[in-house]
Design a protein around this ligand. Structure first.
Ligand code: CTP
Ligand code: CA
Length: 236
């Protein structure tokens, strides 16, 4: 399976992988972010390249990966532009990035100070600021909407879920796969001490066209990546 002189099962394929947590700036020194390390997405990119694919990795995490075309981004809007640009004419798009659902409604071009002069009387105002948020576009949903005919790319989503009163991790995953309309959804359970920044991962790979899920792990992110590419290769 690994590419050598004779190639791997993704030779001739173009794939796009997004990775890492987006950072949504508030002012020049602050952002809203999340705990995604980007490791799973980077492992997916490396595994695809080893299997012979041409890989574009759009990532918010630092990456120095030989043989992979790395596009660094910070915000959800930048990630969106980079993914759509790279996704034209590709065979697979994997949205492993943890895209912020919301961003600050406005960006303060100067650092927000903890107290400022109240406009009326000039007395210091120490009240806490309220940060208004607006929704970011759903990039995965846009990819699904833009999907055309038979040569459309295979679209893979990721979902970090916790079980709750409304359902188990897998029930949330199945519902999300149906809602998102992508071809494959890789579901992983997150929690206080699970997954974030870890080198191992435990996932269930769900396909839209099958009731069976593939369970993988706990295993290295490299092993999880190969299991994802095994499923995707079967759909190409
Ligand atoms: N995603 C995206 N754009 C967004 C949010 C999410 O492309 N603005 C993608 C992620 O990269 C991932 C998938 O959608 O592949 C699922 O993300 P998730 O956060 O689990 O789904 P949401 O629809 O945002 O639902 P939730 O309310 O659970 O956060
Ligand atoms: Ca989300």
């Amino acid at each position: 399976r690994v590419a050598d002189a004779s190639g791997g099962d993704l030779v001739g394929r173009r794939v796009v992988v997004s990775a890492g947590g987006t950072r949504e700036p508030l002012d020049p020194v602050r952002f809203l972010g999340n705990r995604s390390s980007g490791k799973q997405g980077h492992a997916l990119a490396v595994a695809a390249a080893q299997r012979g694919a041409r890989v574009t990795l759009v990532t918010s995490a630092p990456a120095d990966l030989p043989g992979i075309d790395v596009v660094p981004v910070e915000t959800a809007l930048q990630l969106r532009d980079a993914v759509h640009a790279a996704a034209a004419d590709c065979d697979v798009v994997v949205m492993a990035a943890a895209v912020a659902d919301f961003r600050p409604a406005s960006y303060a071009p100067a650092k927000i100070k903890k107290s400022h002069d109240a406009p009326a009387d000039g007395a210091p105002d120490d009240s806490a600021p309220v940060i208004a948020l607006v929704r970011n576009p759903d990039i995965l949903a846009e990819l699904v909407e833009r999907r055309g005919g038979a040569d459309s790319p295979v679209i893979v989503g990721f979902a970090a879920e916790t079980g709750d009163g409304d359902g188990s991790v897998l029930e949330h995953g199945r519902a999300k796969l149906a809602r998102k309309g992508c071809d494959v959804l890789v579901v992983n359970e997150v929690g206080e001490d699970k997954t974030f920044g870890a080198d191992d991962n435990t996932v269930t790979i769900l396909r839209r066209d099958s009731d069976e899920g593939v369970e993988v792990g706990p295993a290295s992110k490299a092993v999880v990546s190969d299991a994802v590419w095994d499923v995707v290769a079967g759909l190409l």
